[in-house]
Design a protein around this ligand. Structure first.
Ligand code: GLU
Length: 496
C-alpha cells in the first residue's frame, strides 16, 4: 500500500499541531522539547498549537501532573491556543472527558469489520505469551478470536467473560507511510500486532484515542518523538479503517544521554521541576532545547554568539529542513554553560530578583525557617544549619555517610535502593516515613542507619534539622538528583 496524498494537509489548510503529554508524573524535558518544536512549526506558519492531555492510562495517572505540565510550559514561555485550561472549538481537550467519543468510534470499526471483540482471559493471554516465548517467537496476540461467529460471541457473553476490541491488522502485506524527515517507512503486517483499541473497562488505548482526537481536532501535522514510529503503522491503519485522511508525520530525533542512550532519569535529571528549582533560567532552557536537533543555523567563527538566541529569534531562523537525525545529546555541562551566560547577561537588579524568586523565595524561607527556628541562638547561625538547602551539591565523606558496621559496597547498594524507593514515593511525611521504614525492614537496615545514610547524602553532615521534614521542603526532584549525584560520585571514586 502506498501512502495516499493528504488532501487534509494541502497548502490552503490552516496548520494545526498538538502536543499530547500523559500526566504520569513530573513534566519531562522531552515534552518541552517537542512542545517547542510544535510551537515553532505552528507559529512560523500562522497556525494553531493545541495542548491535549492524554490521561486514559488510569494506572499511571498522577493527579498533580497536569497542572505541573501547564506550569512548566508557561515557565518556559510556551503558550497554546487551545487546551484543557483555556478550552477551544474542538474540546474537551482531556481524553478522560472524551471516552464516549471513542466508544462511538470503535463501533464504526466493528461495523465495517476493521476491528473485532476478543474474549481471552488474562490467564489465557499469559499462556499464549509463554508458549510464544518458549518457541522463541515475539509475543503477540495470535488472532484466535478474529473470526468469531455470532454464536461464539453469545457463548462467551453468556459465560460472563469481559472483552476487549482489537484492530484487525491485515494478515498479509505492509503499511507504508511518509515521515517528513525520513521519507517512506514500511512495516510488514507480520510485525504489527492486533492492537487493543478499547480495553475491557471501556477506556481506549493510546492508539485509538490519539488517532480519533488528531482527526477530530483537525491536526494537520503530528510532530512527536521518534519513539512513536513503531506505533504509526497502527495509526495509519486506523485512519484508513475510518476512511480519514492522514496528517503529516514528523518524528523528531530523541534526546540522548551523553553515552547516546535514550535520555533517562538515571543519567540526567529529566524533570522540568528540577531545572526550575535548581535555578536554571527559562530562557536558557528554551535556548538549549532549541539547539537540540539542529534546526538553528550553525555559528561561524566570527559569530560565536550563534548558540545564544531567544524565542523570537528561533521563530525567525529555525527551520525544520535543517533538523538532523543524529540524536541530540542533552549535555548538562553545555546547559550549565549556557545558563551561566544568561545569568551574566542579567542586570544586578534582575539577578537579585532571580535569587529572590528561586533561591530565597518567601515560601522557601518560611519552610526552611520553620525547621530551624528553635535550633539556633543567633540569626547568623541560620546559614550554619541550613546550608544544604541552598547548595547545588553536597558530597559527604565516607566518615560521614558510612555506618560503622557496613561496608562501602553494601552501603552504596542500599543507597541505590533508597533512591528507587524515593522515586516511587509520594512526597509527604505520611508517605516518606513508611516508605523508608519498609525498605529498611526488607533489607535489614536499622532505622537509625537507614535515616543517617540519607541524612548524610541530603545534608553532607551527620546533624541536620529533622530528616523527613527536610526532604519534603527540599523537594522530590532535587532530592532525587542529590542521591543520584552521590551515587555517581561514589562510582567515579570507586573506579579511580
Ligand atoms: N501521549 C503520548 C505521550 O505521552 C503522545 C504521543 C504522540 O504525540 O502521539 O507522549
Amino acid at each position: 500500500m502506498n501512502p495516499e496524498p493528504n488532501p487534509n494537509t494541502s497548502s490552503s489548510t490552516p496548520i494545526r499541531v498538538r502536543i499530547a503529554p500523559s500526566p504520569t508524573g513530573d513534566p519531562h524535558v522531552g515534552t518541552a522539547y517537542i512542545g517547542l518544536l510544535n510551537y515553532l512549526y505552528a507559529k512560523q506558519r500562522g497556525g494553531q498549537f493545541v495542548l491535549r492531555i492524554e490521561d486514559t492510562d488510569r494506572a499511571r495517572f498522577v493527579a498533580t501532573s497536569e497542572q505541573m505540565i501547564f506550569d512548566a510550559l508557561h515557565w518556559l514561555g510556551l503558550t497554546w491556543d487551545e487546551g484543557p485550561d483555556i478550552g477551544g472549538p474542538y474540546g474537551p481537550y482531556r481524553q478522560s472527558e472524551r471516552t464516549e467519543i471513542y466508544r462511538e468510534h470503535v463501533q464504526l470499526l466493528l461495523a465495517n469489520g476493521s476491528a473485532y471483540r476478543s474474549f481471552e482471559t488474562a490467564e489465557e493471554l499469559e499462556a499464549m505469551r509463554q508458549s510464544q516465548l518458549a518457541a522463541k517467537l515475539p509475543p503477540r496476540y495470535n488472532g484466535a478470536h478474529r473470526e468469531l461467529t455470532p454464536a461464539q460471541i453469545a457463548g462467551f457473553e453468556a459465560e460472563g467473560r469481559a472483552s476487549v476490541i482489537r484492530l484487525k491488522v491485515p494478515a498479509e502485506g505492509e503499511t507504508t507511510f511518509r515521515d517528513e524527515l525520513r521519507g517512506d517507512i514500511k512495516f510488514s503486517h507480520t510485525n504489527v500486532d492486533d492492537q487493543i483499541l478499547l480495553k475491557s473497562d471501556g477506556f481506549p488505548t493510546y492508539h485509538l484515542a490519539n488517532v480519533v482526537d488528531d482527526h477530530l481536532m483537525r491536526i494537520t501535522d503530528v510532530i512527536r518523538a521518534e519513539e512513536w514510529i513503531s506505533s504509526t503503522p497502527k495509526h495509519v491503519l486506523l485512519y484508513r479503517a475510518f476512511g480519514w485522511d492522514l496528517p503529516r508525520f514528523w518524528h523528531m530525533p530523541l534526546l540522548r544521554n551523553l553515552d547516546k542512550s535514550k535520555i533517562s532519569k538515571r543519567k540526567n535529571p529529566v524533570s522540568l521541576i528540577y531545572y526550575r528549582q535548581a535555578g536554571f533560567l527559562p530562557g536558557a532552557m528554551l535556548n538549549f532545547l532549541g539547539l537540540m536537533g539542529g534546526g538553528m543555523p550553525a555559528g561561524t567563527e566570527k559569530n560565536d554568539g550563534a548558540e545564544i538566541f531567544t524565542l523570537p529569534k528561533m521563530l525567525e531562523q529555525f527551520t525544520f529542513d535543517r533538523i538532523s537525525l543524529g540524536g541530540p545529546v542533552f549535555d548538562l555541562v553545555k546547559l550549565k554553560w549556557l545558563n551561566g551566560m544568561y545569568l551574566r547577561a542579567l542586570s544586578p537588579e534582575e539577578f537579585q530578583q532571580q535569587l529572590r524568586e528561586v533561591v530565597f523565595s518567601d515560601h522557601y524561607l518560611a519552610q526552611v525557617g520553620a525547621l530551624v527556628q528553635d535550633r539556633i541562638e543567633t540569626l547568623a547561625q541560620f546559614g550554619d544549619v541550613t546550608g544544604f538547602f541552598f547548595r547545588d551539591d553536597v558530597q559527604p565523606a565516607p566518615e560521614v555517610f558510612l555506618p560503622k558496621k557496613r561496608t562501602l559496597e553494601e552501603t552504596l547498594v542500599f543507597a541505590a535502593e533508597q533512591l528507587t524507593a524515593l522515586e516511587a514515593s509520594d512526597w509527604t511525611l505520611e508517605a516518606l516515613d513508611p516508605t523508608l521504614r519498609a525498605l529498611g525492614e526488607a533489607k535489614q537496615w536499622a532505622v537509625k542507619e537507614n535515616f543517617m545514610l540519607l541524612r548524610a547524602i541530603l545534608t553532607g553532615s551527620t546533624q541536620s534539622p529533622p530528616l523527613l521534614e527536610s526532604l519534603v521542603v527540599f523537594g522530590k526532584a532535587r532530592t532525587l538528583d542529590r542521591v543520584r549525584r552521590f551515587l555517581e560520585a561514589q562510582k567515579k571514586t570507586g573506579k579511580r
